[in-house]
Design a protein around this ligand. Structure first.
Ligand SMILES: Nc1ncnc2c1ncn2[C@@H]1O[C@H](COP(=O)(O)OP(=O)(O)O)[C@@H](O)[C@H]1O
Ligand SMILES: [Mg+2]
Length: 307
């Protein structure tokens, strides 16, 4: 009997769940009038999805995310959530948002549990607080560290605490800004998997300047460069754009290839006989063997094409 009651409560909750469709139109931001850092941003998001926002440092990723979470205001344009302007649904947004900022100050002297308890209080979690904290600690693999002071944790563990606090309110919209900066390669892999495991029904927006971060977990990529969107689509579409524009050159010379065209060398692999150079450009020099582009090649090609 009690089992049935649980099922019906669950269904009501699912029906009442937010959809979180986001529609962004003609968004721009200029901290100083003469220097726009975002311009002409038009995007739509719909859960469930893991979206990678990728671009070099200074591209405008953090600015974009701060606008989405209402930390700063856009200069022009509109953002609608489920059809309502974001300025009119700020409280609603807060209830359904989890955010891990790029610069995330943790209270180093608190234990993991104490910190999450404090964050849960700020988020206004009521009766379900303890259950949610326990659930987030488990989900982020921090059970053994729950009574450790934050200052004693590794970089990867601290970022997991960051995700745990972002998941406290079981948000429909999860925004994480450059979460893998400063993590070692193994920690980065673990963090990416953690994010994918906790994506569920959510819309996850992950910003990074590292292609590897988005390669394995994102089904949609947005490339932001100098405040503009250069690409919005799935990884395969991005790779297709670079077909015929990536090649390799085997060279036994230490100095590397002498390329006179406007191609760029994106990597050098040491081989038994010397080195193999990976080259990206609009028109590959003669003698260069075209190869199937990687996502990293395609991203580099896109960036070089925009000057
Ligand atoms: N508060 C600010 N005041 C003035 N300029 C800023 C401010 N924050 C960021 N910028 C500038 O805006 C541009 C985009 O920055 P940011 O959004 O942090 O890019 P990203 O996160 O992609 O590295 C950069 O040129 C940066 O110097
Ligand atoms: Mg940033």
């Amino acid at each position: 009997m009690s089992g049935n009651r649980n099922v019906s409560i669950y269904l009501i909750w699912r029906v009442g769940e937010k959809i979180m469709e986001i529609e962004i139109k003609d968004l721009s931001k200029a901290y100083r009038p003469e220097k726009p850092v975002l311009s002409g941003i038009n995007l739509e998001f719909r859960p469930p999805s893991i979206v990678g926002l990728i671009g070099p440092n200074g591209a405008g990723k953090t600015t974009f995310m701060k606008i989405l979470v209402r930390q700063i205001l856009a200069s022009t344009g509109s953002i609608k959530i489920d059809g309502t302007d974001i300025s009119k649904s700020e409280n609603d947004l807060k209830n359904h948002l989890g955010y891990l900022p790029q610069e995330f100050g943790l209270y180093e002297e608190l234990t993991v549990y104490q910190f999450l308890d404090y964050m849960a209080l700020l988020k206004g979690l009521g009766l379900e607080k303890e259950k949610r904290i326990k659930n987030c600690i488990e989900k982020t693999g921090l059970s053994e560290k729950k009574n450790s002071r934050i200052r004693t944790l590794s970089g990867g563990q601290k970022q997991r605490v960051g995700i745990a606090q972002a998941l406290l309110n079981d948000p429909e919209l999860l925004i994480v800004d450059e979460p893998t900066v400063g993590l070692d390669p193994a920690e980065r892999v673990r963090f990416r998997n953690l994010l994918a495991e906790n994506a569920n029904h959510r819309l996850v927006l992950l910003s990074t300047h590292i292609i590897e971060d988005v390669e394995s977990i994102c089904n949609r990529l947005i490339v932001l460069y100098r405040g503009e969107i250069l690409f919005d689509g799935n990884p395969v579409e991005l790779i297709k754009k670079a077909a015929g524009h990536v090649g390799v050159l085997d060279s036994d010379c230490e100095a590397g290839p002498d390329i006179e065209t406007d191609c760029i060398v994106t990597s050098r692999l040491i081989t038994e006989t010397g080195a193999q150079y990976r080259i990206v450009g609009d028109k590959l020099p003669s003698g260069i063997k075209p190869v199937i582009p990687s996502l990293e090649d395609a991203y580099m090609y896109l960036i070089t094409q925009s000057g």
